[in-house]
Structures are given as C-alpha cells and as structure tokens.
Write a protein that binds this ligand. Structure first.
Ligand SMILES: [Zn+2]
Ligand SMILES: [Zn+2]
Length: 248
C-alpha cells in the first residue's frame, strides 16, 4: 500500500490544499505529521486568533492591551451557548479554501481543514471524551443543492481524529432559510428563528454538545442551535468553528 501511494505521488504529485502549488519541495511539519496537505507558506499565512478575546462568542479584541473578558454583546444578550473557540481569522487563503469547499464542491479540502480544526479542538477542550459532536445541520433542500454539508465533513474529521462520538441526526434544520451573508444582525436573527428542531430529546438530555461549523460571523446561527439544544435538556453547548470573521 505504501509503495502504491508513493507511486501515485509520482504520477499525481500532491498539491497544497489551499494554494494548489506542488507540495513535494515545500512540505510542512504539522505536529510531527508531515502529511497535512498544506504547504509551509499557506500554514504560516493562517491568521491565528489569540487572546484577548471573549470566551463566550470567541470574538477577539482589536485592542491588544486588555485581558480576555466577556464582550459587551454577550453581557447584554447572554447567549445560549457556553463558549466558542475559533482558531483562525476568516481571511486570505483559508477563506478561499472554505469557499472552494462550500461553493465549488472541493470536498477533499474538508480533510485538511478538519485536521486543523481537530488539532485546535484537542487543545481547546480540556476533556472532550464524553461530549457529543454535532454539525450545524443543513436543510434537506440545501443539502440536495450542495450535495454535502461542509460542517458534517469537518465534524466527522474531528470525531475520527479525537475519537469522539458524532451525532448528526438529533439536531435538524426544519426551515429553509436564505443565506446569512449580507444580512444585518437583526435580519440574521429573524432569518434563523425556529429554523432548527431537536429530533431525539431523550438521546441528548444532560449531554454536553460540541457544535461544529465552518465560519462564524455574528454567532446567530450557533445561538439558535444552542437555544433548541438547551431547551431539549442539554447540559452545556460549546461551539467550535474553523474561522471567525472579524474582531471588535
Ligand atoms: Zn499552499
Ligand atoms: Zn462575546
């Protein structure tokens, strides 16, 4: 098998999953595993989100002199989720990669992006062994249009790498909504209101849920998911997203 995959590497040299340059002469060392198909320059180009930040919604503070604390928005609105972790800023090569995955069907990207998310989740969660991982669901109609749910692909990757349990059936999207892009904060809230339902309440009662999504902008969708999950009896809801759009 090893020889076969080497042979494949010669016939089809692996390319970076972000910039599509050949990888052979530009390999990265990713946590002792040099097989992450992202080149050194793309890996260095990722903008990591570092404290100070709001631990609840994950937004970072542009002023670098403060300590991490709850942001004004979370203090006022008290979201249903308990914490949000996002490793990277939604910009540059990562933004392009996420868009190529979602809108151009480049599903092979989910593997490398999922590994970046799994690596972050491992460090971010102190003890995630008894948590259930749930992707933000797509409406069946959107699923038919796109052919896959990018959040489910990322969640699957996180589960298999961290040996956690995946639940992609209990939380369902029951209302077809327009994309959140371009909407104001209040329009976003209205747009996702009552868009989700919990299918099997008994199965998730008193559970700690890790909600997985690709990008968070205002956190409105995550909060609506967290609202129905908490109402169904979940103990805690943590969100992990690969990228956050902006700071405050
Ligand atoms: Zn690259
Ligand atoms: Zn916040």
């Amino acid at each position: 098998m090893h020889t076969f995959s080497r042979l494949l590497d010669i016939i089809y040299p692996p390319r970076c999953h972000i910039c599509e340059e050949f990888l052979s002469c530009n390999k990265n060392e990713f946590e002792d595993d040099d097989s992450l198909p992202i080149c050194i320059s793309c890996l260095h180009d990722l903008t990591e989100i570092t404290p100070p930040l709001c631990p609840v919604c994950g937004i970072f503070f542009k002023s670098r002199t403060e300590e991490s604390h709850m942001c004004e928005d979370c203090l006022r609105k008290n979201p249903f989720y308990d914490a949000t972790g996002a490793p990277y800023l939604y910009e540059g090569g990562l933004m392009t990669a996420i868009q190529r995955l979602k809108y151009r069907g480049k599903v092979h990207l989910a593997d490398s992006l999922g590994r970046l998310l799994a690596s972050f989740t491992r460090k971010w969660l102190e003890n995630g062994n008894d948590c259930l991982i749930m992707p933000v669901p797509l409406h069946p109609k959107r699923l038919r249009e796109r052919g896959f749910n990018q959040s489910l692909l990322l969640a699957k990757s996180v589960c298999s790498l961290l040996d956690m349990e995946l639940d992609f059936l209990s939380l369902r999207r029951v209302r077809y909504t327009q994309p959140q892009t371009g909407l104001s904060r209040s329009e976003r809230r209205k747009n996702v209101r009552r868009a989700f339902e919990v299918h099997d309440k008994a199965g998730i009662k008193k559970q700690t849920i890790i909600l997985v999504d690709d990008v968070a902008t205002t956190g409105t969708t995550l909060n609506e998911c967290a609202r129905v999950l908490k109402r169904a009896g979940c103990k805690k809801v943590f969100c992990v997203v690969l990228a956050r759009t902006h700071g405050t």
